[in-house]
Design a protein around this ligand. Structure first.
Ligand code: AMP
Ligand code: MG
Length: 395
């Protein structure tokens, strides 16, 4: 059995930031210059947590939410940029810790999952109430291709380990019966969300104050026995939304690009007025890009692909995007999908959904959300929406 695994660093290749002004300030190993993929932008010697702005924007590389976070921030002064950058990192870590993680006992998802099958259910914070509602809408519109109730199945496949440091040497392909059993716990149609005035008496182990609930109308989540939420497909999308709010609250920040693995946020502009340039990774060679997006102002660019997290067994690739119909990695002619839109949460969810749906249904779905989509197919061809064509330039 031949096994490969990719570490979290691979997520860096999901998209390549190209922004003029980065070249001489050391954005880290993954930001690549316009001189061509494979070339390092700057010295590439920024260890996590170290920032620089010798001649341009503040730039730093760090880790959060299981991925490498690269920030390029244009601000009135270095102190502001540094401060915003630190706030952004704290925001991401808090999001993981308090809301999204299914592993950390401190997080809302963990506690909601722990109460699966209970009669009392779990009172969600406003943030997760909104998030789950968006996820359910996407589930409906994608005809079930996108489903955040796949937690038991994603754990069976041990997907998180594929991106971790622990390796996959002992990985075993789950048996058919185990997959079927896990799949029987899933299905967004089987969870219940009930509106509730959270001023009502809190229940033990389910304190609204702890969940960030504050006396408004929220949703109480009832997960059936065995069902587990996995918000891995939208976590970085929610992060982008929160980062936009953070940046908007800081008028001294004129522009920023923040990359969270497969999700990239552009915001504002550069002092010289030139546009942002975001590269889309080539799934056939992740050190290369298939082309560049030229963007002005605030955009969210989310990419999902079979090269981001996978394990190979006897020459067969098992990747991290699962088909809810089979409980196995989605069999698809698509290698990667990139979604471009203003909304971070939806862009992240859509890229996952569109990978499973393929270009025909995926384009229709993206259009429903007013999003642009680009598909890199397994024969190397690229299919994209009209709006995407306006800003994409092939390499
Ligand atoms: P992304 O990289 O944004 O496409 O998200 C992939 C992650 O979402 C996986 O690692 C799983 O945690 C989760 N996931 C896998 N398949 C699905 C699916 N069909 N619907 C929703 N989430 C999924
Ligand atoms: Mg996604």
């Amino acid at each position: 059995m031949k096994l490969f695994f990719r570490t979290v660093m691979t997520a860096l290749a999901a998209a390549i930031i190209l922004c003029c002004g980065c070249a001489d300030t050391g954005a880290g190993r993954t930001a690549q210059s316009e001189n061509g993929p494979g070339a390092e932008d700057g010295k590439g010697d920024s260890p996590p947590g170290v920032g620089k702005n010798s001649a341009g924007p503040w730039q730093c590389v760090d880790t959060a939410m299981g991925t490498v976070v690269q920030q390029t921030i244009y601000a009135a002064d270095q102190e502001t940029a540094q401060d915003v950058s630190a706030q952004a990192m704290e925001l991401l870590r808090e999001l993981e810790r308090e809301r999204i993680s299914w592993r950390l006992e401190t997080s809302e998802v963990y506690r909601a999952n722990a109460l699966a099958g209970s009669e009392e259910g779990f009172l969600l914070s406003e943030e997760l109430s909104g998030l789950l509602e968006s996820c359910l809408l996407l589930w409906e519109r994608s005809e079930g291709a996108f489903d955040v109730t796949l937690g038991t199945v994603t754990r069976l496949w041990d997907i998180d380990r594929w991106a971790g440091e622990s390796g996959t040497e002992d990985f075993r392909i789950p048996g058919k019966a185990a997959v079927e059993q896990a799949l029987s716990t899933c299905g967004s149609d089987r969870l219940r969300l009930v509106e509730e005035d959270s001023a009502a008496e809190p229940e033990e182990g389910n304190d609204p104050a702890e969940s960030g609930v504050s006396g408004e109308t929220h949703l109480r989540l009832f997960l059936p026995e065995g069902m587990q939420l996995d918000l891995g497909a939208v976590g970085k999308g929610l992060a982008m939304e929160k980062l936009i709010t953070l940046l908007e609250e800081r008028p001294n920040v004129s522009g920023a690009v923040i990359s969270l693995g497969g999700s990239i946020l552009t915001y504002g502009g550069k002092p010289d007025g030139t546009p942002w340039r975001v590269g889309i990774v080539d799934p056939f060679d992740t050190s290369e890009s298939v082309g560049i997006l030229t963007l002005e102002g605030q955009w969210c660019v989310s990419t999902s692909g079979d090269y981001e997290r996978y394990v190979e067994v006897d020459g067969v690739r098992y990747h991290h995007i699962l088909d809810p119909k089979t409980g196995a990695p989605a069999a698809s002619d698509v290698r990667g999908v990139t979604i471009l839109m203003k909304d971070g949460l939806v862009s992240d969810g859509l890229s996952t959904a569109c990978y499973i749906l393929g270009p025909e249904k995926g384009m229709t779905l993206a259009e429903e959300y007013g999003a642009e989509a680009l598909f890199v197919m397994s024969d190397g061809k690229i299919e994209m929406s009209e709006g995407m064509k306006q800003c994409f330039m092939k390499r």
